[in-house]
Design a protein around this ligand. Sequence first.
Ligand SMILES: [Cu+2]
Length: 494
Amino acid sequence: MARPARGVTLRARPASVSLGRRTVSTWAYGESLPGPRIEATAGGIVRARLVNDLPAPTTVHWHGIRIDPRMDGAPGYTQQATRPGGTFDYVFEVPDPGTYFYHSHVGMQNDRGLYGPLIVEDPREPLGYDEEFTVVLDDWLDGISGTPDDALARLNASTEHDDTLRSDLLGGVVGELVHPYHLVNGRTPDAPAVFTSRPGRLVRFRVINAAADTPFRVALGGHRIAITHTDGFPCRPVTVDTFLIGMGERYDFLVRLGPGAFPLVAEAEGKRARAFAVVRTTKIAATPNRNVRLPELDGRILTYADLEARGSDELPRPARRVTVTLGMRPSGNEWTMNDRLANDPMRLRVERGETIRIVLDNQSPMWHPMHLHGHTFQLRGTGWGGPRKDTVNIKPRERLNIDVKADNPGEWMFHCHNLYHQEQGMMGTFGYGPPPAGVGHGGHGGHGGQDARGGRGRDSGHAGHGGDGGRGASRPDKSAERADSRRHRRKPKR
Ligand SMILES: [Cu+2]
């Protein structure tokens, strides 16, 4: 039977945290980075009291959980952000087992230290393994090169952007900036996290990408790994050398550890930097060099086409489809969904009980990890079942089909999990029935292309999350081509 999780207090506060060798001033939950690991059992209840000791409003979003919308921590959508000095009690059921995380959903706060793992155990766990480790990846600049808000302001103020950060795997430019550090469980490579086990043990790793702007390519030196879950949900196990994890994605893998000390590397894809940890099964083995070249990183890499949901997780066939076109305006600092920005968001209207297909069509010049709140969709290819996921990477000029069963009524965020893109406008709404009147964001537009239903919104009263780049610009620019060429002029390649 489900047992309620013990209550946890998340005290959001300015804090000095150690990254290993270096201490930085940031905002964190308590003293720790990441925040405390929260554990629950599927079907059980999570109780978390947010105490806001920050000088700014904040919320906690429970990423990937099919949650009660009032508990989703989406400011302007389902709740008002908790004011400085205030508290908010998050109490919700966790229906599905898996690897999740929580983070602030206000402005750039998620690029500070306001995140932590949420692990939902399966009371009938079908996998047998000896132990498990949680690996939380992050990119870090707070307290080193200013704050994330400073970084966003610099991006917004300039048309010069670093287009040298490139990856074939992601179809071009990978990110907006280089963070000075990349972390595993809050630690830099020169003072790495160490996972201690024993030779021969079968270990489950739960990998969470909590970064703002960095996709990682992950491998464990000297081992092949079996991917068993993505975004909490099980998939048919696939043995690979390495996998790419976008912001907001999670992967679980199983590995039988050999004797020694092994590098666990998360290469910041396209950024010539890495996060690094050590997996140690014997005391005497020398610690691996943090810059070691891992052949696994160039080995067999997981693709979405490798992933298949369990039969019981298959969604019904969709009755209709809607298209969501991802775009960029010529400024290069505004990212759109169906030509709209966060301050007047696109709204996909669904009816309770239906299954719809969302055709994601990326006409912008960058990849985006698109995340839907409150649901786990099924990624559909041609000729394969496709995994259940809540965050999916889409490359430039790519089209992806994601099927969503509308079984959790509410007004839900649907957005890019590159935090900089999110704050530069790439935020839409997935809502049930007619647009609600008088809730936090009045800016619902029914403009969703020819497919979307619903009337056009009346005003642009959305106050929750419009980034600086998203404000004031209300003229859609239809020319994706022009936008594209602008983007490529943004900075000469070195
Ligand atoms: Cu994006």
